[in-house]
Design a protein around this ligand. Structure first.
Ligand code: SAM
Length: 305
């Protein structure tokens, strides 16, 4: 069996921590995720899909876990070519929606919603860190389906989730409900451009004890405004720092292949200096099911005063 598969001990540890959303395999031509009873194979080529499918059946037999369905998703060269996963094995009449658990927290999935089904697994250790930090007020920018807001709310936070996509925020509200949280009690969901909302919150004097900055690599904001993380990340961090309470934790995260950890550190140090704030920088350990070089580059800034 290829070395990129998780071990039986790792698989048992996920079961024990009530986590059924994790990678099973990571390789050069793709990876395999377990999403509750289903498997999702992200692949660069049809041959890679076939290879991982074959290995999955061997791994499943050895670990007494066999997926109910297998979805395949092509990893495109450019974002414009991103398509939703397609069913490549199993019962086509089963619903395309469902839910997964991560450390006992539940999240809705929808295989038909687009390229991503609803939860980014590489942020697992950052969600755990945020929940443990138990901020009183969270600002979750580029919130998508609000997974960071859910864990903060479970720890008692009032949350503000911002995303251009009203649909994603509706899915975020469903995630609140799924975890017994009242999305209308102390939580705000703003379907708007982060770059326009941040200065508005700052003018109102709002402050947050934790801020999540996990922007896409490219996007078009309000009035067609072009966002490119390589060009605009520094401005985003500077704007977010205006909203950071004393002792706030700020997560900076990117999937952009050309931005490395050292670049995030440089941006964070510049922002601390610019705002004359003191703070410590640290990285949460990469989730054990992710190989070095896979998953987002992320950095926490913990402010001191
Ligand atoms: C990489 S996903 C964020 C993932 C999220 N942090 C999580 O862990 O689930 C990027 C999100 O940013 C949103 N987005 C892109 N440009 C935006 C903008 N200018 N303002 C607000 N949201 C934006 C997209 O709709 C998408 O949901």
């Amino acid at each position: 069996m290829n070395r990129g598969w998780i071990t039986p001990v790792q698989f048992a540890a996920f079961e024990a921590s009530q986590t059924d959303a994790h990678r099973l395999f990571s390789g050069a031509d793709g990876w395999v995720e377990r999403l509750a009873q289903d498997a999702l194979i992200s692949h660069k080529t049809p041959a890679a899909l076939d290879g991982m499918r074959d290995e999955l059946s061997g791994w499943g037999a050895a670990n007494a876990w066999n997926p109910r369905r297998i979805f395949g998703k092509l990893l495109p060269r450019q974002n414009e070519d991103r398509d939703p996963p397609v069913l490549v094995g199993g019962d086509a009449t089963l619903p395309l929606t469902g839910d997964v658990r991560e450390n006992g927290v539940r999240y809705c999935l929808d295989f038909a919603a687009g390229y991503s089904a609803g939860l980014f697994l590489d942020q697992r250790t950052n969600r755990a860190f945020l929940r443990n930090a138990a901020p009183a007020r969270l600002l979750n920018t580029f919130a998508y389906t609000c997974s960071f807001s859910v864990v903060a709310a479970l720890a008692g936070a009032a949350t503000v989730s911002i995303d251009l996509s009203r649909k994603s925020l509706e899915r975020g509200k469903a995630n609140f409900l799924l975890n017994g949280l009242d999305a209308n009690a102390g939580h705000r969901f703003l379907a708007d451009d982060v770059l326009e909302v941040l200065p508005r919150l700052a003018r109102r004097g709002e402050k947050f004890d934790a801020i999540v900055l996990d922007p896409p690599t490219f996007s078009r904001g309000n009035k067609g405004r072009r966002w490119q993380v390589g060009q605009h990340l520094e401005d985003l961090v500077l704007a977010a720092m205006e909203l950071a309470a004393p002792s706030a934790r700020v997560l900076i995260s990117t999937n952009c292949a050309t931005i490395q950890h050292g670049d995030l550190e440089r941006v964070a140090r510049f922002a601390l200096k610019f705002h004359r704030r003191a703070g410590d920088l640290h990285r949460e350990a990469q989730p054990p099911d992710f190989r070095p070089g896979h998953g987002a580059r992320t950095l926490w800034m913990s402010l001191r005063g």
